[in-house]
Write a new protein. Structure first.
Length: 302
């Protein structure tokens, strides 16, 4: 499928695929997602990977037969929504359900991965052995069993050395063990062209967070500064970074949302950008990512 610069990449198909605008976003996406999930495809005419991804999205959405819808948005013509959601590179896809952003990915994923994403969104199952092993490894890492997780990720890499999800998993194991340099070393092996893969980008965001937290240091002085001056946004921002690194995700999100609520423009929209970075680091299925995105969306779109 081809389309000229400035053209809309998707025509309406029985209401399943629409080209949305800033003005129609509430109707096409927020309200429509109360019935079925809506994928928002952020694209631009100059973006080559977008030309690869959009036809794949259309094919998968049509095959889902009404279980999901697709809304495409040209960010050159309508940049506001992408900016509010923290979209920094395209193609980017954000999934909305019940009026809130709940999941997403960046980059031109192959059809199999797009299909798996949609199946996960609507309650289907991927159903392959590799996915099951990855899920077990992720669950083990979440439960603190780094040894099992490392073994499972390594087993996948032994069979498929280019598996980015397993490579990212091993890097997360390194982080969990406090080996920041080891995690960075593993990501250094990823080709630049694949650095935007969601799994790799998520680990990179975790590494960035760990480095920021190391620079923050002791949190007690920051808490004292905020107690003395609740509008000390820099102290609140630094405290949020430190809390996030220490595992207090709910508290970190609350502090950053407070800055957004009080002064959205502070530090060039720094609090919202940091929230987007945290959500990427924690992953789209993390409970604090989901809750935080909903609260951020309420502030931005209210």
């Amino acid at each position: 499928m081809t389309f000229a610069a400035g053209a809309t990449p998707a025509a309406a198909t029985d209401g399943l695929i629409v080209a949305t605008t800033t003005q129609s976003f509430m109707t096409d996406v927020v309200q429509a997602s109360n019935a079925v999930p809506v994928l928002v495809d952020f694209w631009a005419p100059w973006c080559g990977p977008c030309r690869q991804l959009t036809p794949v999205l259309e094919k998968v959405v049509k095959a889902a037969q009404g279980k999901v819808k697709l809304a495409t948005m040209n960010i050159d013509e309508h940049p506001a929504i992408a900016g509010q959601l923290g979209i920094q590179s395209i193609p980017a896809v954000i999934a909305f359900t019940r009026g809130q952003p709940v999941d997403g990915f960046m980059g031109a994923l192959p059809e199999a991965q797009v299909k798996a994403f949609v199946e996960r969104l609507v309650g289907g199952a991927v159903g392959d052995e590799e996915a099951d092993v990855l899920a077990e490894a992720e669950a083990a890492l979440e439960a603190g069993d780094s040894a099992f997780a490392a073994e499972a990720f390594a087993a996948i890499l032994a069979e498929e050395p280019d598996n980015l999800a397993a490579l990212a998993g091993l890097a997360k194991v390194r982080l969990a063990m406090g080996d920041l340099e080891g995690a960075k070393g593993m990501l250094a092996a990823v080709p630049p062209a694949k650095a935007s893969d969601p799994a790799i980008a998520g680990v990179q965001a975790q590494i960035d967070l760990a480095e920021k937290a190391a620079a923050v240091g002791d949190l007690a002085p920051l808490e004292a500064r905020i107690a003395a001056d609740p509008l000390d946004h820099q102290a609140r921002f630094d405290l949020a970074v430190g809390l996030a690194a220490a595992g207090y995700r709910k508290e970190a999100v609350a502090h950053l949302l407070e800055i957004v609520r009080k002064d959205r423009a502070w530090n060039d929209d720094g609090a919202r950008k940091e929230l987007v970075g945290l959500f990427e680091a924690w992953g789209p299925k993390d409970e604090h990512t989901i809750a935080g995105r909903k609260r951020l969306s309420s502030l931005l779109f209210s």
